[in-house]
Design a protein around this ligand. Structure first.
Ligand SMILES: C[S@@+](CC[C@H](N)C(=O)[O-])C[C@H]1O[C@@H](n2cnc3c(N)ncnc32)[C@H](O)[C@@H]1O
Length: 222
């Protein structure tokens, strides 16, 4: 599915979020830069926008943009080249539920708008825990549920009526943006997801809502 919308993915992200997606990624990366990681796994890295922010705003020597959709990675690689980041950002086609890395390979793992798509969320979280070094940081940027009643009502209307039509119209594919709206609605909210991260073995789990709680940045340590 992501392969079929890859060519319009970045444009639609910026349009559908009114460009807020850039700010959300920067905020997620600023949470991480406190730890000064050297090797970062950007899981579900897609077209590489979060990897780019990681390379620009942290001292990381290596950012592995890992995704199982080749069509998304085929846009990430040239983007790294264009921005002169090809020495530090690489792409890797792999499944987040079975990562091809030994235990304790990274100082940090990030996921931007990816965990919502995992076929098995608990397995994905345990894999991230496995490949992190002790003391390593996990940062997950994901949609959440606004708590204020008016915003929450407007947001539900937007998800149900606006996003699927607009997304399908611009991408030229019927379905993926309805899927996006459904998965956002089904995904656990901030406190529940923080509990899942804890159950996967992480400590110091904390989260911050952004833009009235439309998205949340979760952080935790191994
Ligand atoms: C909404 S995109 C997010 C891309 C990027 N992180 C961003 O911030 O825009 C979700 C990505 O997760 C990837 N994905 C979903 N499940 C995956 C899995 N099990 N292993 C690897 N990638 C996965 C999809 O291929 C897709 O590219």
């Amino acid at each position: 599915m992501f392969g079929s919308i890859a060519h319009r993915y970045d444009l639609l992200n910026h349009l559908l979020s009114l460009n807020l997606d850039r700010r959300w990624r920067r905020k997620a990366v600023s949470t991480l830069s406190e730890g000064k990681p050297h090797r970062v796994l950007d899981l579900c890295g897609g077209t590489g926008d979060l990897s780019v922010e990681l390379a620009r705003r942290t001292p990381a020597d290596l950012v592995v943009c890992c995704d199982f959709t080749r069509g998304m990675l085929e846009l990430a690689g040239p983007k790294f080249q264009r921005l002169g980041l090809q020495q530090r950002c690489i792409t890797l086609e792999a499944d987040g539920l079975r990562l091809p890395f030994p235990d304790a390979s990274f100082e940090a793992v990030t996921v931007g708008f990816g965990v919502r798509n995992f076929a098995d969320l608990d397995t994905g979280l345990r894999e991230m825990h496995r490949v992190l070094r002790p003391g390593g940081q996990l940062i997950v940027l994901e949609f959440s549920t606004p708590t204020a009643p008016v915003l929450s009502g407007l947001y539900r209307f937007y998800l149900k009526r606006v996003l699927p039509r607009f997304g399908d119209g611009v991408s030229g594919r019927s379905g993926p943006y309805g899927y996006l709206a459904r998965t956002i609605g089904r995904f656990p909210d901030g406190p529940e997801f923080a509990g899942k991260i804890r159950e996967a073995g992480f400590a110091a789990c904390d989260w911050t809502g952004l833009t009235g709680g439309i998205v949340a940045v979760h952080k935790a340590k191994k």
